[in-house]
Ligand binder design. Structure first.
Ligand code: ASP
Length: 310
């Protein structure tokens, strides 16, 4: 079983043209197929997560890799994490600006370093040494995200609180994530993001923080989150869901709902959602925002993609 999200936010039918919707659906389907193909061939859940996320990192529609949002200074600073539920190994990178596929850098940290998390220049040096593809920072530039930043800067100057500023493409968030269950019964999770438009230099979100935006353990569930990172960090969202499954015996659906639709929903700013998957292949995709790009592919080999609330 392979489940992905492509970000949560103010995504409504009204705000989406049929052409745009098709592009998002096609992008999600392509990534779902890529991840599932790995699993079908007997590949590991880690391989599937990396394969699916790389596709969306390369797709400019999504806020990860190419198409990432801009910082206040007009830079793209990327975060990503991956975790192996079998070994409890994890790797993450934060604030990187020249690594084409941050999810692969996170994997390299997990497998080829003695550490879990590397940031900025050090992470970039390591990725370069590991032979990962390095690009000029301008590779990540897209007009849509640049305009979104410009609009926020204008609103900010007018003195409006930034949190209330709508982003033109109604795609306030847009992180990508994947959770997978392989034939051996092992879980894995991964998340990759450009963060949040107009973030401060050096700001790190929940995605690369193990237990916040990303978590996988074979004794409970695999989780990848998307949303207002500051809240997902403080509420330890991914691990909280795993803990509810592990210690309270909740189903994956109950646990994910409890955290997303009760705990986080009680905080107006804590907008977002998660994908969560257990070892039986049960999964949940709750979100408390207006929409979340999400999809899954299982035994029938057909990708299912949903975007809106209903
Ligand atoms: N959670 C991400 C962050 O705060 C943003 C997102 O999900 O779109 O960096």
């Amino acid at each position: 079983m392979f489940v992905m999200h492509g970000g949560a936010g103010t995504i409504t039918r009204k705000s989406m043209t049929p052409e745009a919707e098709k592009q998002y659906r096609d992008g999600m389907e392509q990534a779902l197929r890529a991840g599932y193909a790995v699993l079908q061939k007997g590949g590991t859940s880690i391989d599937a997560v990396e394969a699916g996320i790389r596709i969306l990192e390369d797709n400019p529609l999504f806020n990860a890799g190419k198409g990432a949002v801009f910082t206040h200074e007009g830079k793209n600073e990327l975060d990503a994490a991956i975790m192996d539920g079998k070994t409890m190994k994890a790797g993450s990178v934060a604030g990187v600006t020249i690594i084409r596929n941050p999810i692969s850098a996170a994997r390299a940290v997990m497998e080829k370093s003695k550490h879990v998390m590397m940031v900025g220049r050090g992470a970039e040096l390591f990725a370069t040494k590991m032979g990962l593809e390095i690009v000029d920072p301008s590779y990540f530039w897209t007009e849509k995200r640049w305009k979104a930043l410009q609009q926020q800067l204008v609103e900010e100057q007018k003195g409006k609180p930034v949190a209330s500023v709508p982003v033109p493409d109604d795609h306030k968030f847009g992180t990508v994530g994947a959770v997978a269950l392989d034939k051996e019964g092992n879980l894995a999770a991964g998340t990759s993001t450009g963060g949040i438009t107009n973030k401060m230099y050096g700001r790190v979100g929940d995605a690369p923080i193990i237990g916040a935006g990303t978590y996988a353990a074979n004794d409970s569930v695999a989780v990848s989150a998307t949303g207002a990172g500051e809240y997902f960090i403080r509420w330890t969202v991914a691990y909280d869901i795993a803990a509810l499954v592990k210690y309270k015996g909740l189903s994956v659906q109950q646990a994910a709902d409890e955290v997303v639709n009760k705990k986080l929903k009680a905080i107006p700013e804590a907008e977002g959602g998660v994908i969560a998957l257990d070892r039986q292949g049960n999964f949940a995709t709750p979100f408390n925002s207006e929409g979340m790009y999400r999809g899954w592919i299982g035994a029938d080999g057909v990708p299912h993609v949903e975007i809106y609330k209903d």
